[in-house]
Design a protein around this ligand. Structure first.
Ligand code: FUB
Length: 317
């Protein structure tokens, strides 16, 4: 691995490899990757596991981008807990959404009372830095927000996994046009068998695919597989479809799925970097494939990762 220091970012190259080489992010420990295509690049919004961490008390977020899926740029700390007036600790799995020139960064964290809430921070750049709102989203609770914008422009937040320290059902709430407030009381989502945490939404050929981590809920796939369910409504009810990624060998599993140039990809994490493990995770990338009936094939995690894809020339750092 070769690091080139620039004034703004760390470019982490992988020796001109033609393959991405899992884990793809190697300069710091990262987890819970939410991937998006913005401005001709792939951006990853992960959690940042601290070196030698014994638990999940994360304190900041870094944003990564790539124009070829092989070489990744770390844009540095995009949000730090010390800059979030309401948050105390536990900066867990985030997501990002774009609307009308603004990037909205959604993140769960424990508030001063020790309860998980969901916050939002904004930037005009997909790389951040993000400016947090003074308070968490009113009425928000729990963890792992995923924000999905439907074809009609309506935005929905899927979230859930822990409520008051207990496992809980997943939730969905439509967002107001300002993307910073719930437009309705969160609704429970039905039909997500074995749901534990880590929601991710895709709409494919008119069908809503909600995928998620199953923790210890499915005794046949412990610990933590990624499963999915489908619906014809963003609110559900959903129909359970099965497992798409088996355990990655550590307690958590958390993913995102995006289409890049006509092919589907799954971003997830494992503990495979030197010094890695349960609390020192690293983001990986593999292909995801569908059957002709629209069901998803089981993913085979690889060491070599995916081939380079040309998304265009990198812009100046
Ligand atoms: O990274 C902290 C938590 O672990 C995430 O919020 C969960 O999804 C699990 O990956």
């Amino acid at each position: 691995m070769n690091k080139i220091l620039t004034s703004l970012a760390v470019v982490v190259t992988s020796a001109s490899s033609l393959m991405a080489d899992n884990p793809i992010l190697k300069n710091i420990f990262t987890a819970d990757p939410s991937a998006h295509l913005y401005e001709g690049k792939v951006f990853i919004y992960p959690s940042h596991d601290q070196d030698k961490a014994q638990g999940f008390n994360m304190v900041d977020y870094h944003v990564f981008s790539s124009t070829n899926l092989v070489d990744w740029t770390d844009h540095g700390a995009a949000l730090d807990v010390k800059d979030v007036p309401w948050a105390k600790s536990y900066m867990w799995a985030p997501d990002c959404a774009y609307k009308d020139g603004t990037y909205f960064f959604y993140f769960p964290a424990k508030d001063k009372a020790g309860d998980f809430r969901i916050g939002v921070a904004t930037s005009t750049s997909p790389a951040g830095p993000f400016k947090p709102e003074a308070k968490p989203i009113e009425g928000s609770f729990s963890i792992d927000p995923c924000v999905f914008i439907d074809d009609d422009g309506a935005a929905y937040m899927y979230f859930g996994g822990l409520k008051g320290g207990q496992t809980d059902s997943p939730w969905v709430a439509r967002l107001k046009p300002n993307m910073k407030e719930f437009a309705e009381e969160p609704r429970r989502i039905e039909g997500l068998d074995f749901f534990f945490e880590g929601s991710w939404m895709n709409k494919i050929n008119g069908t809503y695919y909600l995928s998620y981590s199953t923790g210890n809920m499915n005794k046949d796939y412990r610990p933590s597989a990624i499963a999915y369910a489908t619906s014809n409504s963003p609110y559900g009810p959903f129909k359970y479809q099965g497992v798409i990624l088996k355990s990655v060998g550590i307690w958590t599993n958390h993913h995102s799925i995006i289409n890049i140039k006509g092919d589907w990809y799954i971003f997830y994490h494992n503990g495979a970097l030197p010094g890695g493990g349960k609390n020192n995770r690293s983001v990986c990338l593999d292909r995801l494939n569908f059957n002709s009936d629209g069901t998803i094939k089981m993913v085979e995690p690889t060491k070599e990762g995916v081939p380079a894809v040309d998304l265009g020339k990198p812009s100046a750092q």
